[in-house]
Design a protein around this ligand. Sequence first.
Ligand code: ATP
Length: 456
Amino acid sequence: MTQIEEMQEEVQGTPLVPIDKIVSLSKRRGFVYPNSEIYGGVAGFYDFGPLGVELRNNIRRFWWWSMVQMHDNVVGIEGANITHPRVWEASGHVENFVDILVDCKKCKRRFRIDHLDPKNVEQNKCPACGGEFTEPRRFNLLMETYLGVVEGDRMKTYLRGEACQNIYLDYDNVVKSSRVQIPFGICQIGKAYRNEVTPGNFLFRQREFEQWDLQFFVHPSEMDKWFDYWKEYRFKWYQTIINHKDRLRFHEHGKDELAHYAKKAYDIEYRTILGWQEWEGIHWRQDWDLSRHSQYSGQDLSYTDLNTKERYIPWIVETSGGVDRTFLNLLLDAYEEQPDPMGKGNDRTVLHLHPWLAPVKCAVLPLQKNKEELVGVAKDIHKNLQRFMVTQYDDIQNIGRRYRRQDEIGTPYCVTIDFQTLDDQTVTLRERDSMEQIRIPIAELTMYLLDRVTWK
Ligand code: ATP
């Protein structure tokens, strides 16, 4: 699609949401805060607030459920953030995990060469002001740290630059301790650290972030089959949780982008105001990782087939994505400002988050807070629902304002307790996106909600 076609499409469709709107909503409503803000902040680090942590946990749990729990041949691990330093020599990060940067001599802006238009590089011309670039410089992204307390005896190592290395390190232990047989996968969700030289765009490029990885171990003859399986599975997974399905696509790596051992690789990309950007990578890793760790550690990491007795280093299909990019993309995908159709100033901001992932599933609202009968029933309903899902009890301000507050944080359902409730034991249930209201018996409420907010 050309740039003009893309712009035309935006005029007709829903406009792309500016990141600033998400930054501001996130801080105002307790999703994300800048880290160490009272000290002026530190670039590339964020903290998650009360709603952020709920959303994050839901995202993580849904991934784990679908990848580990729903696959008989996939197990999970949780590795440490620090490993033996040799790991990063074997993985190639010590030597090759570098960004090449240039600075503009005039406006002092800094650019990653691989993010610049090749024309600007060729003409040695800053895209912002036309100034000349400095000579390219190499920066290693690994974050160094030191183990031990005695000066001179301290061992230099690294905070992990990618989470997946633990999976290769634990592969042999998993094979020996849990009765998995090839083909099988190991999953992990964990923090990664990179000294990104150009952190920015909110959660998109941070220095501490969280990755989810599947490493799926196969016989070389089955590599194509499993690569296709996971490529399609992961694409559908993202499709399920977004509203704008047309903003998701594959980007196939060209020959110049492929690692030397990779026959093919795809990025799952999502389109935001930042353009088409990687969300997750599907990688053909062949036997590269296990062979390198065998070589560097001196341990034999080959696998013996129980039936055929064939011995070989398994090949790997990797799917590697980011919890934080998912968090950001979901907010960008869900955010909408809806003007009041009656023009009476009742505009609303809505987060159309999938009910499975929304941080609060249901708000319980007595129509009036000074009517004890209503408040009593509302608190009982809240107490009961809270055992099964995250709910909020709210009796501050009029009901319209309370609905708006819940819309803005993506709560899919609101339950209102009114005078009719006292007569017939029913409540009003309002759905966030359509704003439709139905009456439902209190006795049926829990099952009705569970059916809609629990993934399946
Ligand atoms: P990029 O090209 O954007 O730097 P990458 O190819 O280095 O990303 P991978 O090493 O494949 O990324 O990491 C897997 C996933 O981790 C990415 O698809 C992305 O979702 C996430 N990720 C990578 N770097 C960052 C970062 N600095 N901040 C937040 N998420 C990140």
